[in-house]
Design a protein around this ligand. Sequence first.
Ligand SMILES: [Zn+2]
Ligand SMILES: [Zn+2]
Length: 255
Amino acid sequence: MRYASLGSGSKGNATLVEHAGRSLLIDCGFSRKGILERMTAASADWSILDAVLVTHEHTDHSRGALAVCEWLDRPLYSSFGTARKMGWLDHELWRPLHGDQLLELETLRVRPVTVPHDAHEPLQFVVASHTEERRLGVLSDLGSITPHILDAYRECHALQLEANHDPVMLRQGPYPPALQARVAGNYGHLSNGQCAQLLEALLWSGLQQVTAGHISEKNNSPELVRRELSRVLGCDADSVQLLGQDGISGWFEFR
Ligand SMILES: [Zn+2]
Ligand SMILES: [Zn+2]
């Protein structure tokens, strides 16, 4: 199983997951043209793409999702709340997702997980091989860590987590007070410290890959994320894998 980030941050998110010759796209916060360019740059084959899943309606996750599905004639999955907000409910390609109700694709099984975020019905995803032998947890856009999240993301072999902001940089940064409160609140985004706390809770012997994304360009720095997560991982700060906004990551493979 392998995955690649095609971009991560407040200007656009997309994660491509591949297993046994089939793939799925989680979020499409780029235009159709933008996402296809990024897929090409990752040497990804769009003909094996089975579905696009959207976590929530915020533009950095939903922007080009419908356009890509229409262009490739693929189903578009989201919660009812996301679809209502996006105006997708009556679209022939839209399919509903419900928290904890498994979605079985060709070679992948997806568990949607409800998360606290200021959207209408946000979901994040644990993607597994059909046999559950390999599990990837993709988790961003959440303001706090719930017992439900800790349970759902247990025993993942790879994790893509959110390390959005440093609380001091956020307080001293350019955001107006109301937006600062939103970002730092229980329905906002995870700080570096919360990300480290989450990672610590999810550590187990089978974990092979950890990446951190949705890193704020204004309220965070890669060095701070690296420092915080390397403490938990017990590795050099330089070997902590971060996901960026502008380019694609390499493929992260785990067995
Ligand atoms: Zn976002
Ligand atoms: Zn969001």
